[in-house]
Ligand binder design. Structure first.
Ligand code: CMC
Length: 447
């Protein structure tokens, strides 16, 4: 990261050969539509002129087939189970990188040099304390508030301490500053929310620890007479944060882009992203998986009943941690986490019956035609909760950990969008299917 305020350019796009335009005819009006091709050969039909030329828009509920932007941050191939940040396979980053190195890569497009990483880390770890006076606001929140509600509120509140960083047209230096501010204070906000929610005194951040270590330290304080958190826990959490760091245009990242596209501040955009992530179909699934496994455990591990309920459309129940909009063969993050689960539990000397249950449930589901025919496989949330339990993280904090990891991706997308020549306020259209014009009837004439 450059502290001088100059922007490190995005990775140069590789020029692709032009494809024949797509031909479309709507109500007798024909139009040629440009075809854009990405560096991994993904094709998109550019429909920006469609309405002007034909009067028609495209309709795609759930946006499953709609590209809202071009992006050079993350590549995902759901058929082949590939996930790469700036071209680097997730497996390699999960194995060897630090979370801040991964964040730098996602945000600035290149792996930092040793000196850049040192500077980035030192600057960031020097800014982890909350602004003076902010801590008292945690005491005003109801103890029953969900940690995601607390986190989202506190991120919004943070903007009050940095009015200059809410500039709708931020300079390059302000973009760097707000990224640094949010990355540095986010773990502190998360850990303070946890401790204050339990009525416990906060544990202030330490500059001498790593990003991940410092978060665990602020959550639990010194453990077993040791000043620093256990390295097994730190490494397991590091891996979880990296695996969650970005996932291209998912629900929360699209929310961050959409809110940011109105030129609301990064604080407002990230706070909204936290709200989107909270839902059980998205990041909230990690909490829901453990609650589901606990329920199965309590009720005697009858998988057939659980699977039957998940298949029954009237039950309102889904197999949590299963299925994905994009991955249709396997989720590479889930594979890494399944293997990590075994290792972490062995190294911590923990035997968790929920891990065996999860494996048996996966096996049962993957023999069932309902799940096979719909290509429903375990996703990132299926095994992450078991590791988080082993680390001593309470279930209702799981989605906060997801947010902690995803913050780097949200900031990378927010920055990319602001600096893109494509920048435009996000404003989808709709097809209206309500009543056609009708007359207002005064209340006196109504029943
Ligand atoms: N259990 C039972 N049935 C399912 C499940 C599930 N977990 N997921 C999808 N289906 C069925 C769904 O009912 C539908 O069946 P049909 O074709 O007969 O109507 C079919 O599979 C396609 O489902 P969909 O809802 O159209 O798929 P989607 O792409 O809109 O939804 C999803 C993706 C992840 C929201 C969904 O699979 C789901 O609800 N999974 C459980 C929640 C979960 O684990 N979420 C975490 C996602 S990964 C972390 C993240 O990035 O957020």
């Amino acid at each position: 990261m450059k502290q001088s305020g100059t922007i490190i350019p995005e990775v140069t796009q590789v020029k692709q050969p032009a494809l024949e335009p797509a031909k479309l005819s709507v109500g007798g009006k024909a139009i040629d539509l440009q075809v854009t091709i990405g560096t991994e050969q993904e094709k998109a039909i550019d429909i920006t002129r469609l309405r002007d030329s034909t009067g028609a828009i495209t309709l795609d509920p759930g946006l499953g087939n709609t590209g809202s932007c071009t992006s050079s941050i993350t590549f995902l191939d759901g058929e082949r189970g590939i996930l790469r940040y700036r071209g680097i396979p997730i497996e390699q980053l999960a194995e060897s990188a630090t979370y801040l190195e991964t964040s730098y890569l996602l945000i600035y497009g290149v792996l930092p040099t040793r000196r850049q990483l040192e500077q980035f880390t030192t600057t960031l770890m020097g800014r982890t304390a909350l602004p003076q006076g902010m801590e008292r606001f945690f005491d005003l929140l109801p103890k029953t508030a969900h940690p995601m509600a607390v986190l989202s509120s506190m991120v919004q509140l943070l903007s009050g301490y940095y009015p200059e960083l809410t500039n709708p047209n931020p300079t390059a230096q302000q973009i760097d500053e707000v990224i640094l501010t949010l990355l540095a204070t986010f773990p502190t906000l998360a850990a303070y929310g946890y401790r204050k929610g339990r009525g416990e005194p906060v544990v202030p951040p330490r500059k001498d620890l790593t990003y991940t270590s410092n978060y665990l330290y602020m959550m639990f304080g010194p453990q077993g007479g040791k000043p620093n958190p256990d390295e097994v826990l730190v490494q397991a959490l590091r891996q979880i944060l990296i695996l969650h760091a970005d996932h291209e245009q998912n629900c929360s990242t699209s929310t961050v882009r959409l809110v940011g596209s109105s030129r609301a501040s990064a604080f407002a955009a990230i706070s909204a992203g936290i709200g989107a992530l909270w839902g059980p179909l998205h990041g909230g699934a990690n909490q829901a998986v453990i609650e589901m496994l606990e329920e199965i455990h309590r009720s005697g591990a009858d998988f057939s009943k659980v699977l039957a309920k998940a298949k029954d459309k009237n039950s309102g129940f889904r197999l949590m941690g299963f299925g994905h909009r994009v991955y249709k063969n396997f989720d590479p993050r889930s594979r890494i986490l399944k293997a990590a689960c075994d290792k972490v539990l062995v190294r911590l000397g923990i035997q968790d019956p929920l891990l065996d249950l999860a494996k048996q449930l996966e096996e049962a589901a993957l023999k069932d035609d309902y799940f096979l025919s719909r290509k429903l496989y375990p996703n990132v949330d299926f095994y992450s909760g078991i590791i988080l339990r082993a680390l001593g993280i309470p279930t209702e904090q799981f989605t906060v950990i997801f947010a902690l990891g995803r913050l780097a991706g949200w900031l990378a997308h927010w920055r990319e969008m602001l600096l893109s020549p494509e920048f435009r306020i996000g404003r989808p259209r709709q097809i209206y299917v309500g009543p056609t014009e009708q007359k207002y009837i005064p209340i006196s004439q109504r029943d």
